[in-house]
Design a protein around this ligand. Structure first.
Ligand SMILES: C[S@@+](CC[C@H](N)C(=O)[O-])C[C@H]1O[C@@H](n2cnc3c(N)ncnc32)[C@H](O)[C@@H]1O
Length: 327
């Protein structure tokens, strides 16, 4: 999975071959349209207000792909939340030069508001990611056995060996450690798809051109490979790192919370002002058979007083402890 996605020349992501959206391999929240970024911009701005409207408030995005989410957030903030826009700095953490190039092209209108970093530096603000953790390489460990990839003749095959004690999702957990090391004060918001517990799918999903492929050995370097998250292990690792869980809910409740808190009824200010298109996007993002139930949002807080009122995105969520104890 590491090589298929991240080999410098042939990797699906690192080579820049990954295409997201109708003409690509799969949809994400971002590819549905700009509404997702607009709603998140409103959530980010609420967090900025709660953190005393500090100057040089940093949004760090990791897994920014072609920069479309950043553009949706920045355009909305510039137009509708000018005071927040003024205080805001946007950092993109991007290890792949080909993607950085695409991002720079898409974001050139924002000048030095946006900066690129190869690794995180200490900051106060928000670390945001959409479908980053599910793209972290996993090991196929199940019932004490691990599947590994070998070569037979000209073909890749799976072989099995007894598993060691390592977690199957070590790379995703390491990413949580890095977030904890660099966020001085603020929130991590991670949106992704997965399960709290054992319903966890034990197999990777392989997709190209909106089709599920039967094997990760098909179309290597031209297909996406992901595995649904085990949220509980992510949350436990976050807590070990000193994060507090500030909210966890499905995307339907998360986005509905933001929408209801900020939708003013004033046509000019409405998220849905410009139309039927935005309403269709909302339906795709919220509908339980589309993206509304499959995706979840997690907010982790660091060095922030516990919220008296939950963040906008979690106002309709079940209390965190109940959600975590029932699964
Ligand atoms: C499933 S795509 C999601 C893209 C985008 N966030 C969206 O929702 O449309 C996962 C992205 O994570 C990126 N990625 C993987 N490892 C990364 C890392 N260590 N730092 C930053 N981005 C990374 C990949 O290059 C890819 O663009």
């Amino acid at each position: 999975m590491q090589q298929a996605l991240y080999h410098p020349e042939y990797g699906y992501y690192s080579s820049g071959r990954c295409q997201i959206g109708r003409k690509g391999d799969y949809f994400t929240n971002v590819s549905v349209g700009p509404l997702f970024g607009h709603l998140l911009a409103a959530q980010f701005s609420e967090i900025w207000e709660r953190l005393d409207k500090i100057n040089d408030f940093v949004i760090v995005e990791q897994g920014a792909h072609d920069g479309q989410f950043a553009r949706d957030v920045l355009e909305f903030a510039q137009k509708r939340l000018p005071e927040f826009f003024e205080a805001l700095r946007y950092w993109i953490l991007e290890p792949f030069p080909v993607l950085e190039e695409q991002q720079r092209r898409r974001l050139k209108g924002f000048g030095d508001k946006v900066e690129w970093r190869e690794s995180e530096q200490p900051f106060t603000g928000i670390h945001f990611s959409n479908e980053l953790l599910d793209a972290m390489p996993v090991r196929l460990i199940s019932d004490g056995t691990e599947k590994l990839v070998d070569v037979q003749g000209n073909n890749f095959v799976f072989v099995e060996r007894p598993a060691d004690k390592a977690m199957f999702n070590q790379a995703a957990l390491k990413m949580i450690d890095q977030m904890a090391a660099n966020l001085q004060r603020g929130y991590v918001i991670a949106i992704d798809y997965g399960f709290l517990d054992e319903q966890l799918e034990k197999n990777v999903q392989v997709r190209a051109l909106h089709r599920n492929l039967d094997s990760p050995f098909e179309q290597i370097g031209d297909a996406d490979i992901t595995m649904s998250l085990n949220w509980r292990s992510i949350i436990e690792r976050a807590q070990t790192n000193g994060f507090r869980v500030a909210g966890f809910t499905d995307q339907y409740h998360f986005l509905t919370g933001i929408l209801s808190q900020f939708e003013s009824g004033d046509g000019a200010k409405s998220f849905l002002a410009d139309s039927r298109k935005a309403k269709r996007e909302l339906q795709t993002l919220l509908h339980p058979e589309m993206l509304g139930r499959a995706f979840q949002a997690l907010a982790l807080a660091k060095n922030v007083e516990p919220e008296t009122n939950p963040l906008a995105g979690f106002r309709f969520a079940r209390p965190v402890n109940a959600a975590l104890s029932d699964g």
